[in-house]
Design a protein around this ligand. Sequence first.
Ligand code: GTP
Ligand code: MG
Length: 321
Amino acid sequence: VDLELLTQDVRAGNHRALARAISLVESGGSQGKEVMKRLFASSGKAHLIGVTGSPGVGKSTLVDALITQVRKDDLNVAVLAIDPTSPFTGGAILGDRIRMQDHTLDQGVFIRSMANRGHSGGIAIATYDAARILASAGFDIVIIETVGVGQSELAIAQTADTTILVLMPGSGDDVQAIKSGIMEIGDIFVVNKADLPGADKCKAEIVSSLELVHHPKAWRPPVVLACAETKEGAEEIWRLTEKHKDFLLESGLLAERRREKIKAELSEIVAVTARDRFLSKMNTSAHMQKLLAEVIDLKIDTHSAAQELINDLLGAQSGSS
Ligand SMILES: Nc1nc2c(ncn2[C@@H]2O[C@H](COP(=O)(O)OP(=O)(O)OP(=O)(O)O)[C@@H](O)[C@H]2O)c(=O)[nH]1
Ligand SMILES: [Mg+2]
């Protein structure tokens, strides 16, 4: 791959080059890192919007409706759909394509699914990189759709400047969200499938539980009823998203949040890299074989053995043991 040419094409907004560059960061190799090095300086401008919620609440349908709104304002939008791992929603890749295909002929829209498996560096890191690639291609808006269940999905949702939490009535979702503490990550709450019974009750419960959550400065997360299938509520959600962005800018919170996020991202990269290095060294270490035998014979306990290995590896890495 000619990386100079590739990154040039990415900056020019070429969709094929974008797909290629994202594949490179997804595979976690050195070429992906090189791509990021070249694009980094031009990657700061997009508004990152996270859309998260339980499987099947209508996130993709809502994102599709949001794309239409964004295009009406003459802005470009890219979507990263992080596939759910759950076997119950395994059809999501195809589903997302079909649902979003209205926009596939539009140059101002780019949609990409990312598999939640097989990332040596972790899906979160690949997602941060992909979002930056899209930003440097000139997309004004980058939407990241994740299923808000696991730790890594929450981490991804938190990379966004604005996080939209989607729930639906009658699923027990609201109660679950309140219990698990994910209420804190939502900047905008959407009760989707408002055509189903119980939507008003669901909204009321969220509103009252939000009163117990601390929120930064002047922003009180709004709770919006929506019917993504008919695009009802999409315009209001888009307007609130823009309003939240203005709030972030005016309050100085945007800079503060981005700082926190970059810190988390750096920790993640360091942790993942360190773990990989440790594990590969450990597996080839002769000392490891010896300790293994000793643990089996109950001559040394696991914690002490691990500590010996860590001392070994750290010593070897810093070149002073
Ligand atoms: N009744 C009703 N159904 C809806 C609405 N929005 C979406 N759906 C349906 O809900 C199902 C799931 O929609 P998706 O948009 O795929 O949901 P998702 O949250 O993206 O699902 P995963 O990505 O698999 O977690 C589909 O059958 C949609 O047609 C709505 O407003 N009302
Ligand atoms: Mg989806």
